[in-house]
Design a protein around this ligand. Sequence first.
Ligand SMILES: Nc1ncnc2c1ncn2[C@@H]1O[C@H](COP(=O)(O)OP(=O)(O)OP(=O)(O)O)[C@@H](O)[C@H]1O
Ligand SMILES: [Mg+2]
Length: 300
Amino acid sequence: MAVQTEYELTAGTLDGMDSPQSGRQTPDAPAANGSHSIHADPPVPGVPAIDLQGVVKAYDRTRVVDEVTAQIPAGGVTSIIGPNGAGKSTLLSMIGRLLQADGGTIAVGGQDVFDSDTRALARKLAVLRQENTTTVRLTVWDLVSFGRFPHHGGRPGTDDERLVSQALGYMDLHSFAGRYLDELSGGQRQRAYIAMVLAQDTDVLLLDEPLNNLDMKHAVEMMRLIRRMADELGKTVVIVIHDINFASCYSDTILAMKSGRLVHQGRPDQLMCSETLKDIYDVDILVEEIRGKKIGIYFS
Ligand SMILES: Nc1ncnc2c1ncn2[C@@H]1O[C@H](COP(=O)(O)OP(=O)(O)OP(=O)(O)O)[C@@H](O)[C@H]1O
Ligand SMILES: [Mg+2]
């Protein structure tokens, strides 16, 4: 496989890579029963999964991420919400080391991300970008297989194949395994990229708008899967999400950004109130409690 010699995948950085297989591959994929997954390393007591201290990113002296300090505990779901341009993707990209910070420190599992070895970091942390494209023509199976690269370094074993197959199963993609990405619908392609990230089987998952293009059924299944990843496998999942009701129902913690700053943080029941949401989005949102969950109603 002719890929870049220094493997740059903290997922989603496939541009410029050659296809790992020549031509279309239709693997004889075993049914994913979800029975196997590697549990996250037990968190070190007192060490947050992600520790952000005064993180800054500026373009032309304008700070788009402005002194963000937050601790994200291990083994839970944290949603980052906020209006367009608030700095959510920029922050996530810096945590995933896809983008250099201009100030502050970012540690994952107690280790500074910018001091970490690339492949070691890719075994610990996977990133789904908001926009995903590849210049290389890949099948779904090929793409998802890239998620295993940090573990096998070019020599996949049966364990790798099983995890690829399992990730395809999670995303309901077995029947598309041999299809090229440009032969998929937008939602199917999004699920393929998510499957690649899941196949990476890391302790920490950073997902930028994972529900993009997903229909209702797949969106709900995605959120349930995210919950299971945290509850059953002890993974730390950080998602950027626009749907405040999904954030409310499925997160342990919500971080709200606005104009580059972290303006609110807390449990969903603490953040989901009209006043706070008005402050974040400048929209009047009625909040009702339905089956024990706070739901925002903004169609009026
Ligand atoms: N390469 C860049 N050069 C200049 N400005 C940039 C660059 N990338 C992002 N920005 C600006 O930084 C700000 C934050 O962008 P970011 O993509 O983090 O927002 P976001 O909160 O993810 O928004 P959205 O909800 O629309 O995805 C925006 O104002 C954007 O225009
Ligand atoms: Mg974004």
